[in-house]
Design a protein around this ligand. Structure first.
Ligand code: SF4
Length: 81
């Protein structure tokens, strides 16, 4: 079976994006007590001053978790409003 190159590229991009999402079980995330779903809808990563990205995006960067994507609906104890 031969897949079109465009399919392989899309899969590669999807896998790369998936692997760059922060793992809440990783040591860095555990130190921050990061979770993908904030327990408080008024304190989410998208509303945090350390969040880098569009407020309407599902994922963005965080200054404390360099190289990884945090969920816009996530939270950690270093949340800064
Ligand atoms: S500091 Fe915490 S709450 Fe703020 S963007 Fe980073 S992970 Fe989210």
């Amino acid at each position: 079976m031969v897949l079109p190159l465009s399919n392989l590229t899309r899969q590669g991009v999807a896998l790369a994006a998936e692997s760059s999402k922060v793992d809440p079980e990783s040591p860095a995330a555990k130190v921050l007590e990061y979770v993908h779903e904030s327990p408080n809808p008024l304190r989410r990563c998208a509303d945090c001053q350390l969040f880098k990205g569009s407020r309407t995006a599902k994922w963005g960067r965080c200054a404390l978790l360099a190289g990884k994507l945090v969920n816009a609906r996530g939270w950690c104890h270093s949340w800064s409003g």
